[in-house]
Design a protein around this ligand. Sequence first.
Ligand SMILES: [Zn+2]
Length: 221
Amino acid sequence: MTQPRIHFSPPESPAPEPGALPLANAVRWISPHEEKGLHPVVTIFLTQTAYARVVEHAASELDNEVGGVLVGKWCLDAETSQQFIVAVAALPARFTEQGSVYLTFTQDSLVDIHAKIDLLYPGEAIVGWYHTHPRMGVFLSNYDTWLHENFFPEPWQVALVIEPHTEIAGFFIRKEDGVLDPSRYFGFYELDGTCGHSVVGWKNMHEEIQAVENNGGDIHE
Ligand SMILES: [Zn+2]
């Protein structure tokens, strides 16, 4: 075994892209841990396409862990100074160690992932990773935390864990001080708006009730 030497995040990603929070076409999903004063460093927007791909991959293997990366953009809303990521795609990774209770990113799968991003999503970054915990619940193990720190070291990179049997999931995001809580997870914004209704089925998340807006949604001063 050699030490992993490839990092997911390319070194040439020094600054977030400027952009406004895409709230107009988003539904906010809240995790049970969020009302307890947690302040994540980034807000997550997950497109319905990426969500569907993750769920499909998670359901394809109910005995072993599977996973991959989330592809998209790291952005900064200048008006609110809020950092956010927009995950537009999920790329399943192939793992040679698959078959037990953990998975690992191999060099082959990293090369494969980078080639796919260059081909299909040029200009996009790896904003995080996802993996399943069949019959284990939603948390980061010590190994998961190690993997996150070593392969996804940027403060804005996130980890999504899915339990495919009970259909629960959560995002692990660093806090503003850089600390990652391995047991308390966050929700996200479901992003799309093309079909006008939610596709999220994770049972531990609840939808934020928002003030009713008319079409066009004027914002009050
Ligand atoms: Zn894990």
